[in-house]
Design a protein around this ligand. Structure first.
Ligand SMILES: C[S@@+](CC[C@H](N)C(=O)[O-])C[C@H]1O[C@@H](n2cnc3c(N)ncnc32)[C@H](O)[C@@H]1O
Length: 262
C-alpha cells in the first residue's frame, strides 16, 4: 500500500496536539451512541484509536480501520496498554474506507472527526457509503461528522495568511507552535488545500518547521443528506454539535445519524 497522508510526522504529534487532546465531547457522544445502538462497532479512519479505545474500555467490541500505518502503530501501542479483556475487544485493520471487506457485519459504523472529508471525489464518498451499507446490520446505524462549512473560509484571502493556533510543550520537552493557513481555494471542487504548520524547538535547542499539507473536502448539509439518500440511507437525526443541538447558522459541526432505508 502506498504511504498514506498521515504516514508523516503528524502521526507522532497527533494525540498530544491540544486540538485533539481537548476534543473530549465527541468521545462522550460516540460512547453514548455505542450505549444506545450497541456493538460490534466499526470505526472508519480510526487513526491512533482515540475513540476506538474509549469504546473498548466501556465494554464494546470495536474494529478500527485506517489507511495510515503510522497512525495504526500508535493505536496498536494504546491497545497494548489496555487490560487483557479490553485489548481482546479491539481489532485494528489497515485498509481504505472506500474499498474494504471485513467479512463481518456491524451494529454501528462511525466515521468520526471529519475523516470523511478526506474523500475528495463523489465516487470515493459513494464507494465508502456502499461499503458501509454492506457491513451494516439491518437495524444498524452509521454516524459521521463533518464540520459545518464557514463561507469565509472558502474564499477570503485572510485565511491564506499563516495564523497561530496554539502553543504547547510535549511530554518529551519539545516546545511546539501550531499555525494554519489555506494554501489554495478550489471552490469548484469544494476543496481547500490546507496546511498545518508545526514549529518545533527540541530540548537540545534544534529548531524544525514541519508542514502537514492536505486537501480537505467541505460539505453542505443538504448535499450530505442527498448523498446518504442516494446510497441507501435514511437520516434519523442530525446535530450541529456533540451536545445534540440542532444544526444552526453558527453550529461548528454537522453530525448525521443514518440507518439503512430498506
Ligand atoms: C482526523 S483523523 C481522525 C482519527 C480518529 N477517527 C480520531 O477521531 O481521532 C483522520 C484519519 O482518517 C484516515 N483516513 C484518511 N483517508 C482514509 C481512507 N481512505 N481510508 C481509511 N482511513 C483514512 C487518516 O489516516 C487519519 O488517521
Amino acid at each position: 500500500m502506498p504511504p498514506a497522508l498521515y504516514d508523516s510526522f503528524i502521526a507522532d504529534y497527533y494525540d498530544e496536539a491540544p486540538l485533539v487532546r481537548q476534543r473530549t465531547q465527541d468521545v462522550a457522544f460516540y460512547r453514548d451512541a455505542a450505549r444506545e445502538f450497541g456493538d460490534p462497532v466499526l470505526e472508519l479512519g480510526c487513526g491512533t484509536g482515540r475513540i476506538a479505545m474509549a469504546l473498548a474500555q466501556m465494554g464494546k467490541r470495536v474494529t478500527g480501520l485506517d489507511l495510515s500505518e503510522r497512525m495504526l502503530e500508535h493505536a496498536a501501542r494504546k491497545r497494548a496498554a489496555l487490560n487483557k479483556e479490553e485489548r481482546e475487544r479491539v481489532h485494528l485493520v489497515q485498509g481504505d474506507m472506500t474499498q474494504f471487506d471485513l467479512g463481518e457485519k456491524f451494529q454501528l459504523i462511525l466515521i468520526p472527526f471529519r475523516s470523511f472529508q478526506h474523500l475528495l471525489e463523489v465516487r470515493d464518498q459513494m464507494a465508502c457509503l456502499e461499503q458501509v451499507r454492506k457491513h451494516l446490520r439491518p437495524a444498524g446505524r452509521l454516524i459521521l461528522d463533518v464540520f459545518q462549512t464557514d463561507a469565509e473560509r472558502i474564499h477570503d484571502p485572510v485565511h491564506m495568511r499563516e495564523s497561530p493556533l496554539v502553543e504547547y510543550r510535549t511530554h518529551q520537552g519539545k516546545q511546539v507552535r501550531i499555525s494554519e493557513r489555506v494554501a489554495a481555494f478550489h471552490r469548484a471542487e469544494q476543496r481547500n488545500d490546507s496546511e498545518m504548520i508545526y514549529t518545533i524547538e527540541h530540548p537540545d535547542g534544534r529548531k524544525e518547521r514541519l508542514v502537514f499539507a492536505w486537501p480537505l473536502r467541505y460539505f453542505f448539509r443538504y448535499e450530505v443528506e442527498h448523498l446518504l439518500s442516494r446510497c441507501g440511507f435514511r437520516v434519523g437525526a442530525e446535530y450541529g454539535d456533540f451536545d445534540k443541538t440542532p444544526i444552526r447558522d453558527d453550529s461548528p459541526e454537522m453530525i448525521f445519524v443514518a440507518e439503512p432505508s430498506g
